[in-house]
Ligand binder design. Sequence first.
Ligand SMILES: Nc1nc2c(c(=O)[nH]1)N[C@@H](CNc1ccc(C(=O)N[C@@H](CCC(=O)N[C@@H](CCC(=O)N[C@@H](CCC(=O)O)C(=O)O)C(=O)O)C(=O)O)cc1)CN2
Ligand code: MET
Ligand SMILES: [Zn+2]
Length: 765
Amino acid sequence: MVKTHIPGFPRIGAQRELKFALEDYWHGKSSRNQLVDTAKTLRMQNWNIQAQSGMDFVTVNDFSLYDQVLDHSVLLGSTPERFNDGSCDSFDNYFRMARGRAPSGEPTRACEMTKWFDTNYHYLVPELSPNQRFILNPEKLLAEIAEAQQLGHQVKPVILGPVTYLWLAKCANEEFDRLSLLPALLDSYQGLLKLLARKNIDWVQIDEPALVMELDTRWQEAYREAYQTLSTCGADLKLLLTTYFGALDKNFNLTNYLPVDGFHLDAVRGGDEFIRFSEQLRSDQVLSVGAIDGRNIWKADITSLKEKLATVAQQLGDNFWLSSSCSLLHVPVDLAQESGFDPELYSWLAFAHQKLSEISLLKSTLLNLSPQADTAEQLAANLRDVTARTQSQRVHRIEVKSRVHTLTPEDGERGLAYAERAIQQQNKLQLPAFPTTTIGSFPQTSDIRSARARYRRGELDSSAYNAIMQAEIRDCIERQERYGLDMLVHGEPERNDMVEYFGEQLEGYTTSQLGWVQSYGSRCVKPPIIYGDILRKEAMTVGWSRYAQSLSNKPVKGMLTGPVTMLQWAFVRDDQPRSETCLQIALALRDEVVDLEQAGIAAIQIDEPAIREGLPLKRSEWDFYLQWAVYAFRVSASGVQPDTQIHTHMCYAEFNDIIQAIADMDADVITIETSRSNMELLEVFTNFDYPNEIGPGVYDIHSPNTPTVEQILSLIDKAATQIPVERLWINPDCGLKTRGWDEVATSLINMVAAAKILREQSLAA
Ligand SMILES: Nc1nc2c(c(=O)[nH]1)N[C@@H](CNc1ccc(C(=O)N[C@@H](CCC(=O)N[C@@H](CCC(=O)N[C@@H](CCC(=O)O)C(=O)O)C(=O)O)C(=O)O)cc1)CN2
Ligand code: MET
Ligand SMILES: [Zn+2]
């Protein structure tokens, strides 16, 4: 009989219960027991919904209080040395690793955080040392297994595979070869599997998403060694080797030959590869087909999936399993709780709960299990909804499509080269040497958020809400004047989230009330949904920018989110290429940029923090992506006169791979995050001879610590050895929305003081 399961479920809770429980605990507003209880309730609910939706296994150990990769480091006992100071117990130590501080224990430098493959989810990077030892610490895993079993569930625990774990890890000594740790790591995994075998478990899901990456022969060999070792370790257990986020491509044969009991393949991004894979399967191996999209929110077309899967299902019989493409962590929890959509849009969507039902419906449909009215009716309803979406009037706008199709290369050109633009801009802006600025957002205080919540609930009307936001902008401008910054911003108080804010205003996008997806730890985002052709009905930011500029004689930067980030951080329509959607957004932004210029805004920043993360996982697809992504940015930026200064901003990414593309974007000024890496990230700009102006971040905004003038000076000194001083800007790493005013004030005052010292020094020289 076909088995159904999912690789993982969201843990934040439909109402973000985990977020609030965590933050209350961290801020001393609730006890540890309250947090533990909330976590337990969430796990129970998650398993119940899986069981009720007909899953044959519930997934265990996908739950985490902060991050599943950090949990895995704790499980393997491979947490960094600096946390072994005995300053607190293991419960709080976990949060110290995650965020540098906890209710008890000494504050320390947290583990580094980075993007999980090409998602907007951040994991905590394992830090390994050359003589790393692994000492199993299976308490959490075993407790959660026991918890689910006591509730009467069939349990399938999930663990991260050894090779992907090493792939994600880093070592302070970059020369060190992480793969040399594999034998020791495998010893640990063998011990773990033996432990699990005693727990009345049939299957263990072992995640190896690194198998969809392009691997050199050493990493391929690591896979052979790892699974050879694990398959002969004598644990009476079956391993489901789980891959997702793409096709296996060149690792197809490698994977196929690995001695495991079953495989899970991503049949959404991996296309039809699973069919060929099924033909090579041994008769005692199972294939779990990830047919329901775990990365997007569209209702699945069950009828066409049935066609696609029928032959394989029939041939494999009991060895055919059904699943979602990847963990459902990346989609919101439950559409049924959502009241914000109109009925037509609602009928097009499926969140995590609904995806479980889709897996079940697909199974019954494939097996003709219950030819009763029930399945037939559901199938008919599904077909009606997915067909309606393809035919809906609101998806297509001829004028938008034709504007994209008549774009020419000239639409991506500024008219004059940077060097000439720079002269005109300097004439207009009259900035001092080492100009100081910030990245856009200022503290999103609870006053701002609660005003927005009251406005949403209808307790404030729009004029009252606007008045409050204007007062915030006024305060923000006055503070920047007091701190002595040279180029100001309005502070973005009116934005819940940069992407969501523009998504709310553009036609073709819709936003949800409860569509939260975990971004890191307790922080969540509500990705807007792009369902149709994108049109700007009216100016989106001009009123706020004009108001802000009216309060100061210094230039106030206009502030927009770029086309690639607006695409990358949204749920995107699947009926046309991403590049096409991106150009539609670029044109809407281009009109906004032009309107800002007309309103007297002399510098406009178009943020592109997600451009690196949009890079396809496979190198062979990079050029094509970078080509349309850079063009889309240029289209958005190129409607203005040469004397209007275009800024862009990028953060928390390795720029090495895309430095040429960054230069090709041809922004007049780029601000980037560099302070945590002590300006190392800047090296790539120097080595490349980046031609335009750069503001390397001199203030780490992810830390509550305020930088001193000396620290800032030393960072700028370092930057000045790499970038000609005429092209150097002084600014923080990123926006300040998650910080408090006290720290921001001190830090910015110090930043301006550092810039002034440098100006005096260069005058004296
Ligand atoms: N989309 C996106 N992706 C991104 C980033 C980003 O900025 N945006 N940055 C990086 C990730 N960094 C992040 C940094 C901060 C937060 C963050 O702070 N998220 C907030 C939610 C932000 C938000 O939408 N806030 C709403 C408020 C939502 C809310 O909880 N409202 C309460 C009321 C709150 C009150 O009364 O004070 C309610 O409705 O009950 C608003 O301002 O309107 C959170 O989890 O807490 C998320 C990601 C990479 N990916
Ligand atoms: C994640 S990049 C953020 C850029 C935005 N302008 C801000 O300052 O918040
Ligand atoms: Zn940023």
